[in-house]
Design a protein around this ligand. Structure first.
Ligand code: FES
Length: 374
């Protein structure tokens, strides 16, 4: 962490004034705060002064203190506390704040600082020869998950390599900083895993979610089917005393309904496929099973088959892709009904998947479907 002091006198301008647009904005901002709380505008005003002049001068600190009726030292305390405020002249095109806190340090921030030293200046806060670039080391900027990173202006540039930082610095120096998309500089969406999601990608969570929906609908139907109370007009009028007595009596119906909902939900989560309507194991359309081979196929490669479904298929004597590929329509319908799949075997085209896997494994699957199984 660097020592934060005001710039030398030689850099300090004699006076500071907001330009017309910023002055109007400052007045409006101050008015946002309740009477007596105008000092709360100190950070926005300091930030606007920095955006106007490139850094926070002593004259700006004093001017803002006067505007907010604060002691100069109080505004100086704020300006020197937050590293977002620059207390001396910085690069006119970019001031690069390199995070040097532990996660970024462990992921290579020292190499990023080496780039800054070689491309800008050996010392932090010193500008390059043209005065266009400067850099400093700062503490955690809150993007540790995508370490290492830097901040330039109000944007962060994450998942950096020294090479990428060099490109970014060159682009800013050329005046094209706006062309760079802030955030991760690799194949990562915000702070998601690199290369795409790695969890909740299979069908099981979706199935559970839809099971819950079915349960909720069933429970609602039960509540809806409860006897309808007499209409207001048909209901006998009660006296105030009767009403008060009724209000003291615990209302049990909604509780019973809630209990009912929970019971139905628990039942469905425990056993999403009920036996009602389930085809019989002795049905003639049940596909023929086989003894478990020494190396059964990984049926989970079929989209729609998770570990639980695979276990059920094993119980039915289904262990190979070739078995699934050979199912006739009636057999498919039997399995679909047994798994309570409601047509999913056809929708997911298990037969085409199983045929490809049986013929040439993953390579054939990729050839047929243009993607890896599952
Ligand atoms: S440690 Fe670098 S952003 Fe948090």
């Amino acid at each position: 962490m660097s020592v934060r002091r005001l710039a030398e006198d030689q850099f300090q301008p004699a006076a500071f004034a907001f330009n017309d647009e910023n002055a109007a904005w400052a007045d409006k901002t101050i008015q946002k705060y309740p009477e007596g709380r105008q000092q709360s505008a100190v950070i926005p005003l300091l930030m606007r002064a920095q955006e106007q002049d490139g850094w926070v001068t002593r004259a700006a600190i004093e001017k803002i203190a006067d505007m907010l009726d604060m002691a100069y030292i109080r505004v100086l305390e704020v300006a020197t506390f937050y590293t977002q405020f620059q207390l001396g002249p910085v690069g006119t095109r970019a001031h690069i704040q390199v995070c040097g806190t532990t996660p970024c340090m462990l992921r290579g921030s020292e190499n990023l600082m080496a780039v800054c030293k070689s491309k800008i200046h050996h010392h932090p806060f010193e500008r390059n020869a043209e005065g266009t670039l400067s850099w400093e080391e700062v503490e955690c900027l809150g993007a540790c998950v995508n370490a290492p990173m830097v901040m330039i202006g109000k944007d962060t540039y994450e998942d950096l390599t020294p090479e990428r930082l060099e490109e970014i610095i060159d682009t800013f120096d050329a005046g094209n900083g706006a062309s760079i998309t802030p955030g991760p500089q690799i194949d990562r969406h915000f702070s998601s895993p690199e290369g795409g999601p790695t969890s909740l990608t299979d069908e099981e969570p979706k199935k559970k979610a839809s099971a819950k929906k079915v349960v909720a609908e069933a429970a609602t139907a039960q509540v809806d089917a409860a006897p309808v109370p007499p209409s207001e007009a048909a209901r006998p009028k009660s006296t105030d005393a009767e009403t008060n007595a009724a209000l003291k009596t615990p209302v049990t119906a909604p509780k019973a309904a809630a209990k009912n909902v929970k019971a139905v939900e628990e039942q469905a989560v425990a056993a999403p496929a009920t036996d009602a309507g389930k085809p019989s194991l002795s049905d003639k359309n049940r596909p023929a099973g086989i003894e478990k081979p020494a190396t059964p196929d990984d049926l989970k490669l079929i989209s729609g088959v998770g570990p639980k479904i695979e276990g059920t298929l094993h119980e039915l004597g289904i262990f190979t892709f070739a078995q699934v590929a050979g199912w006739k329509k009636a057999e498919r319908e039997w399995v679909d009904g047994y798994l309570n799949f409601k047509g999913r075997i056809e929708r997911d085209d298990w037969i085409k998947q199983a045929k490809a896997l049986a013929k040439g494994g993953e390579a054939e699957y990729i050839k047929v479907f243009g993607k890896k199984p599952r």
